[in-house]
Design a protein around this ligand. Structure first.
Ligand code: ACO
Length: 379
């Protein structure tokens, strides 16, 4: 018996899972993690506390949080063999590719699958949350011809990453802004990379393969890669005076303006509002950025031209300006997004395992039937 159903490109509007991890109301601009509004978490929580919330479903007690933070600190280092493997990667390779390969390589060391054992789940969570930033920073050092910087136990999660990246302790405001940005990027319902993670998880493969698959999906310019494209676009526009002509050209050529539009949000993304505020705090302390004026004008002109289609800034529009100000190189913006999103992917991995059924959708076959096989010499 064949089931007839309407094909929806991009599976728009089709539920791929039931979930209680996060919630988005795209009309009202609401994002909640486990029911808590993102604005509250950005103000009061930390990335590691939020990670705990996402994965185990409730805010940790003081003792639970301290234990989790301690485990993360303990597992930050990466095996020298992974560092040596990274030394063989071409320096010109994209850091997302380096991250995907390194995340998958963790499976070589920790592949034992005990998916019904909560201790195995916790160990995998801790290893991935702890080691992904170290791997991103290590590749940055290696491609500059330096040895990776070892993590420092006296620094918190965000400050330690910036330290490993820039070889100096970050300013407290920069570390705080980075931590908030990680919280904002930690989870976002059934986006492409999370879907990818859940599909991979549903085969009961190991969690390192799940994360490697999600990292590969996040890298595309229509998803996490857009934050990098935003900065290239602002550079290309070059001045406030060129903004209108740029937008007109995009309309004429039917090309997308990076950092705008969203499948779900039809108002300004609530994360973009918080990131813009963070960018302004950083500019007030460390000096402005000429691309911010271009970004403001671009937001104004895009709103004028596209508000009727519900196209407003998404999370990627202001994140690049925050990252620029705290000294993160442009091609690390998407790996930094991955550092944050590991939390959400792992929460979905755990949720998928709890009620697993392997993903096996159907397709609408559009090809021929019963075709002849033409011998090669007759083609
Ligand atoms: N610039 C100009 N027009 C746009 C934009 C944009 N950024 N986004 C959507 N539109 C227009 C489309 O041209 C289309 O118009 P039409 O109906 O006249 O043909 C309409 O809005 C719907 O756009 P779709 O691409 O069909 O919307 P979809 O939901 O498939 O795509 C997406 C969402 C991929 C985010 C899209 O808005 C886009 O490509 N934006 C730019 C890339 C970007 O910023 N990606 C980051 C998204 S956030 C994240 O992944 C973390």
């Amino acid at each position: 018996m064949s089931i007839v159903c309407e094909f929806k490109p991009g599976l728009e509007g089709i539920p791929a899972s039931q979930s209680s991890i996060s919630y988005v109301d795209g009309q009202q601009g609401v994002l909640e993690y486990r029911g808590i509004p993102i604005e509250k978490l950005a103000t009061h929580s930390t990335f590691l506390e939020t990670t705990y919330l996402l994965i185990w479903g409730q805010l940790p007690t003081t003792a639970e949080l301290a234990a989790f933070e301690q485990e993360i600190r303990y597992h930050r280092r990466i095996k020298y063999r992974i560092r040596d493997m990274m030394k063989c990667f071409p320096e010109s390779g994209h850091p997302m590719d380096a991250l995907q390969a390194s995340a998958a390589a963790l499976g070589l060391f920790y592949s034992r699958r005990a998916l019904d054992n909560p201790e195995y789940i916790r160990a995998a969570v801790v290893r991935l949350v702890a080691k992904i930033p170290t791997m991103v920073a290590a590749f940055q050092m290696i491609r500059k011809g330096n040895d990776p910087i070892q993590p420092r136990d006296d620094l918190d999660y965000a400050a330690n990453f910036l330290y490993m990246l820039n070889e100096r302790e970050p300013d407290p405001l920069a570390a705080k802004a980075f931590d908030v940005s990680l919280t904002l990027h930690a989870e976002h319902t059934m986006n492409a990379s999370t879907f990818s993670a859940r599909v991979t998880a549903s085969t009961l493969t190991d969690p390192y393969a799940v994360i490697a698959s999600a990292v590969g999906t996040l890298g595309g310019p229509l998803h996490g890669g857009a934050n990098e494209e935003v900065i290239s676009m602002l550079e290309e526009i070059g001045s406030v005076g060129n903004v209108r002509a740029y937008v007109e050209r995009c309309i004429q050529e039917k090309s997308k303006i990076m950092g705008f539009g969203h499948r779900v949000y039809k108002v300004k993304d609530p994360r973009a509002i918080i990131l813009q505020d963070l960018a302004e705090q950083l500019f007030a302390k460390f000096g402005s950025d000429k691309y911010y004026d271009i970004a403001l004008e671009l937001e104004r002109v895009v709103e004028e031209k596209f508000a009727h289609k519900g196209i407003y800034p998404n999370v990627d529009f202001y994140s690049g300006l925050v990252y620029r100000k705290i000294g993160i190189p442009t091609d690390l913006y998407t790996p930094v997004f991955a550092i944050a999103r590991v939390a959400g992917w792992l929460a979905h991995w755990k949720e998928q395992l709890a009620e697993n059924r392997i993903f096996r959708p159907t397709q609408v076959y559009m090809g021929n039937h019963d075709m002849p096989y033409i011998p090669i010499e007759e083609r």
